[in-house]
Design a protein around this ligand. Structure first.
Ligand SMILES: Nc1ncnc2c1ncn2[C@@H]1O[C@H](COP(=O)(O)OP(=O)(O)OP(=O)(O)O)[C@@H](O)[C@H]1O
Ligand SMILES: Cc1ncc(COP(=O)(O)O)c(N)n1
Length: 263
């Protein structure tokens, strides 16, 4: 349904190069026919070659952005990306509790593809203790799932065990992303009574900046549009695969995926 009137919200960091973070989320929300809104948590000076500087916004402005959005345009689904410090995580959790959004998609962003740490080490505890339990769905890559569980993840079975361990934190679903493993690009959805495998061919492409952000915001958009969690992931997995297939060179490093390949 492309009427662009279904509101979706991302709470994340800005990527000046437009490939990841808030910019990737808004592009995805728009490409999938929803009305994208944003709460910026931090500004990164970033391009296709790396992250060069990060400035976090104050708790006050982060909280106010959330409040004014929810009081005026309550989103149908919300996504959380880069939230770098323990204070920012706590502020977001405390503010969101007032509104209790049903569909909260949490992408536990830790390290950028270029190797820059986007989550301070001391923020990990608040992520696990406060933010993850609030999620409708968490979308960790293997490295993030290892950080959360303390387990080593090498294959599909490890992904399943780690996903079940994460579920014990109290959230509804975990989508374990296998993009960093070898072979096909396999993601696994785990819920209390749910186990689904989503498999797509691995594409030999260099321009994959923002794949995680794009997948989680696609899931957010599809949930907002009313799809079931299984269908939302199925459609989002197909979308991310096509955006990677149609990705292009932009800048001197790892370029973006093509959010608008179908237009
Ligand atoms: N080369 C590829 N070919 C096809 N699908 C891929 C490829 N790389 C990643 N994916 C898929 O893209 C999605 C994002 O996965 P990935 O594991 O790259 O997330 P991520 O590491 O969180 O991304 P990011 O580094 O942008 O934060 C997953 O569905 C994954 O299976
Ligand atoms: C603001 C922001 N959020 C998230 C990412 C992760 O994306 P990637 O792992 O593709 O660099 C990023 N680079 N920048």
């Amino acid at each position: 349904m492309r009427n662009y009137k279904i509101p979706t919200l991302t709470i994340a960091g800005s990527d000046s190069s437009g490939g990841a973070g808030i910019q990737a989320d808004i592009k995805t929300f728009s490409a999938l026919g929803t009305y994208g809104m944003s709460v910026i948590t931090a500004i990164t000076a970033q391009n296709t070659q790396g992250v060069f500087l990060v400035e976090e916004l104050s708790n006050e402005i982060i909280k106010k952005q959330i409040e004014v959005i929810f009081d005026d345009i309550p989103p149908k689904a919300v996504k959380i990306g880069m939230v770098s410090s323990p204070q920012i995580i706590k502020e977001i959790v405390d503010t969101l509790k007032k509104y209790n959004p049903k569909y909260l998609v949490v992408d536990p962003v830790m390290i950028s593809k270029s190797g820059y740490s986007l989550l301070k080490p001391e923020a990990k505890m608040n992520l696990i203790k406060y933010l993850i339990p609030m999620a409708y769905i968490l979308t960790p890559n293997t490295l993030e799932a290892e950080e959360i569980t303390g387990m080593h993840i090498d294959n599909l079975n490890d992904m399943k065990i780690a996903g079940q361990k994460i579920l014990e934190l109290g959230l509804k679903y975990v989508l374990m992303k296998g993009g960093h493993l070898k072979g096909d690009a396999v993601d696994v959805l785990i819920g209390k009574d749910t186990f689904e495998i989503y498999k797509q061919e691995r594409l030999d492409k260099k321009n994959t900046h923002g794949t995680g952000c794009t997948l989680s915001s696609a899931i957010t958009a599809h949930l907002a549009l009313g799809y079931s969690v299984e269908k939302a992931i199925d459609l989002s997995k197909k979308y991310i695969t096509e955006t990677i297939r149609n990705s292009f060179d932009m800048g001197k490093g790892v370029g973006p995926v093509n959010h608008f390949y179908s237009f």
